[in-house]
Design a protein around this ligand. Structure first.
Ligand SMILES: C[S@@+](CC[C@H](N)C(=O)[O-])C[C@H]1O[C@@H](n2cnc3c(N)ncnc32)[C@H](O)[C@@H]1O
Length: 229
């Protein structure tokens, strides 16, 4: 017997009472200087929300039926209260929270604390290159010496492993641009086999923020993007 979907949907009530997904930007401060950064992050803004204000917004989103919350923008882990905020978000049953981070500030002690208080959070680390040289292409606008590149890469890999070792959920995000798209498969292999990531998300570069300053190099033609899949 065939069912008609209209049997299940009341015409008087909307299907959703709120957006399913919300991106929540909590700081504009960032410790990296990414070539492609759509948010043009760098400095903290003077009027960023306090912990209590942020929790209030999360409570509001929760009560209104948002089910998917992503914390990103600058570098969220530059906020000293982030663990506390994540713990609060994790206590709101029914909201699936992801924090997107550059993976440079998650010291092993922070991860230890997160592993007892934030077990439901998805930790998504941005890794746009499979080697120190390739990662630096997007992650630093200025050319840097090899030691600095190696140090940054090692830090990110160490943070990603710390998340997996602690039994937390690791995801990896890769921005595919004209400068690094060929490296997606290598990052995928590293993420799944070495870092034990539960997901790999590829995002096609979009022109905004600092990314608008280097369009010729960064834009990824649709044909190439399509082929990547
Ligand atoms: C703006 S960052 C903020 C969080 C954190 N600082 C990080 O680097 O992951 C969030 C994600 O957006 C991606 N992103 C930044 N600029 C982008 C752009 N122009 N197009 C597509 N994705 C971009 C980053 O690579 C990162 O995965």
């Amino acid at each position: 017997m065939q069912h008609d979907i209209s049997e299940y949907i009341s015409r008087d009530e909307p299907l959703f009472s709120a957006p399913v997904h919300v991106d929540f930007d909590m700081t504009n401060a960032c410790n990296l200087a990414c070539h492609h950064c759509h948010a043009a992050s760098g400095r903290r803004q003077h009027d960023e929300l306090t912990s209590d204000e942020i929790k209030h917004v999360i409570a509001d989103l929760h009560q209104n039926g948002v089910i998917d919350l992503t914390i990103a923008r600058g570098e969220p882990f530059l906020r000293p209260d982030l663990s506390d905020i994540l713990e609060y978000a994790d206590s709101c049953q029914g909201i699936y929270t992801t924090v997107v981070t550059n993976g440079t500030l998650l010291k092993r002690e922070t991860v230890k604390k997160l592993s007892s208080n934030c077990r439901g959070i998805n930790f998504n680390i941005s890794i746009d290159g499979s080697t120190p040289d390739k990662l630096d292409i997007l992650r630093h606008r200025k050319k840097r010496d090899n030691d600095k590149k190696r140090q940054l890469f090692a830090q990110i890999i160490d943070d990603a492993k710390a998340i997996s070792d602690a039994g937390l959920t690791l995801g990896v995000s890769f921005v595919a641009s004209g400068m690094n798209a060929d490296d997606l498969e290598n990052v995928y292999d590293m993420a799944v086999n070495e870092l034990r990531a539960k997901s790999v998300t590829a995002i096609r570069f979009f022109p905004a923020g600092f990314g608008k300053n280097a369009l010729n190099e960064l834009v990824l033609k649709y044909e190439k993007w399509e082929k990547l899949f």
